[in-house]
Design a protein around this ligand. Structure first.
Ligand SMILES: [Cu+2]
Length: 482
């Protein structure tokens, strides 16, 4: 007897709830407290800048219509020195330009696909609240253009990417970037802002195999990238391309992870992040050493540069940094700050240019210094990964460069080893090794090889000596000194 009554009550309740939820036809859309109303003023053309440049901060206090023009282009460019790759891009760069709008803005997004593209492309922006993040309305064949609008409803830092099947392939070829949606009150002032996106790349050839490399589907499936890179090219943020700042600056990095597969353990060696917008959202964490960036995610980090020097941007899954390319530099110039960081004394046999007769001639002494500093840099960035920072190597795997009888017996022979690699049985300090050292001839210049070998010969208790760039050049040209 009770059962039918209960069912009736449940049914009646259900009908009431249903009625409450069914929106009458033609009703106004949901009112969201974050909606700041319709766009006002003249439409604004978004500056489309190449990374690592960031569009300027927004000082508006009203919502506007912002026009964003993206073009998908398939371009062959260098992924590393001497290695080319057929990238698929937004606006010809990896990542595509950073987009910067204010919460409440209406974005009018024009997606053009270049006439010479081979593929259709589209765009999914994680800042969009709508099906596919825009992908559902932006599929664009070569030579066509799609236009759609969306209101930026939530402040944050978001990835955008191509979502054309096979999606992982379009992303792996470089089709991603960041869109920043500033909160209505804007961001605090920073002295420098930079734009960095990590991505993993899958080439048929091995790391640094020269020439034009093609996409490797098998490596993608195994999630075993050949390259892990910041801004789509090894060296995009090092040397002449390094990020710069002055002592005392507040540096803000907008960092994304395009993936397609790897999560980034983002770290800047020698710095601590004062503020981290965790996962690109509104939660701010402080005093962070390493922050996780999900694939398809982003983070804003801010740090104060208290001490001059070179600070390395890395994925602290550190093999990727030193053996797959995920390395950038922030070069900070300005007065030393010995109260914060100071050298008291250092290890054995540091070469002293002051002890050479050239010490009084400013320019040559500086040149020796520069060569030694450069050698130290190359050693730290390349050789130390295997031979270890102290040159002692690893038992059973990597022979020592420190006090190496093999090296000291024939220092010039090391030129060929670095240029061409080394494999087969060798004996170093009475211990046998049978392993493989890769060739660095395409990665390192004559100067760099000369500098690193001179650095090694004058450190780690080795016998000293100098290798000149001309000697490296000669060996490269083919006359083997061994
Ligand atoms: Cu695409």
């Amino acid at each position: 007897m009770r059962q039918p009554l209960l069912s009736t009550i449940v049914l009646a309740l259900g009908l009431v709830l249903l009625g409450a939820h069914a929106a009458p036809a033609g009703a106004a859309s949901v009112k969201d407290p974050a909606d700041l109303g319709p766009p006002r003023g003249a439409p604004i053309e978004e500056a489309m800048l190449a990374p690592p440049a960031v569009p300027p901060p927004i000082h508006r206090d009203y919502p506007a219509r912002v026009i964003v023009r993206l073009e998908t282009r398939e371009v062959v460019k260098e992924i590393a020195d001497g290695v080319r790759y057929d990238f698929w891009t937004f606006n010809g760069t990896v990542p595509g330009p950073m987009i910067r709008v204010r919460q409440g803005d209406t974005v009018e997004l024009h997606l053009k696909n270049a006439a010479d593209s081979h593929m259709a492309h589209n765009i999914d922006l994680h800042a969009v609240m709508g099906p596919g993040g825009g992908a559902a309305v932006s599929m664009t064949p070569p030579g066509h253009e799609s236009v759609f609008t969306f209101k930026a409803m939530r402040a944050g830092l978001y990835i955008y990417h191509c979502a054309t099947p096979p999606v992982p392939m379009h992303i792996a070829n470089g089709m991603y970037g960041l869109i920043l949606v500033e909160p209505p009150q804007g961001l605090p002032k920073a002295d420098r802002e930079y734009y960095v996106v990590q991505g993993d790349f899958y080439t048929t050839g091995a790391y640094h195999a020269p020439g034009l490399q093609t996409f490797d589907m098998q490596k993608l499936l195994l999630e075993q990238p050949t390259y892990v890179l910041f801004n789509g090219r090894e060296g995009s943020l090092t040397g002449a391309n390094a990020l710069t700042a002055k002592v005392g600056d507040t540096v803000r990095l907008f960092v994304g992870d395009g993936g397609p597969n790897l999560v980034s353990s983002f770290h800047v060696i020698g710095q601590i992040f004062d503020n981290v917008n965790v996962e690109g959202g509104t939660l701010i964490n402080h005093n962070v050493q390493t922050t996780l960036i999900p694939a398809g995610g982003a983070v804003t980090v801010e740090m104060k540069t208290l001490v001059p020097g070179t600070f390395l941007l890395v994925d602290h899954s550190i093999t990727r940094a030193f053996m797959q390319g995920a390395l950038g530099q922030l070069v900070v110039t300005g007065p030393a700050a010995p109260a914060i960081y100071d050298k008291v004394s250092s290890g054995p046999a540091a070469p002293s240019p002051a002890a050479t007769p050239m010490a009084h001639a400013a320019a040559p002494a500086a040149a020796v210094n520069d060569a030694m500093a450069d050698g130290k840099r190359v050693f730290g960035q390349i050789c130390a990964a295997c031979h270890q920072g102290n040159g002692m190597g690893l038992p059973g795997a990597f022979p020592p460069l420190a006090m190496s009888d093999y090296l000291n017996a024939n220092p010039k022979g090391a030129i060929g080893i670095v240029l061409n690699g080394l494999s087969g049985k060798i004996t170093v300090n009475n211990t046998g090794y049978e392993s493989v050292m890769p060739a660095f001839g395409t990665q390192l210049s004559d100067d760099e090889i000369a500098h690193v070998l001179t650095y090694v010969l004058n450190n780690f208790n080795n016998k000293g000596g100098t290798i000149a760039p001309a000697e490296v050049k000669a060996v490269r040209a083919g006359d083997k000194p061994r």
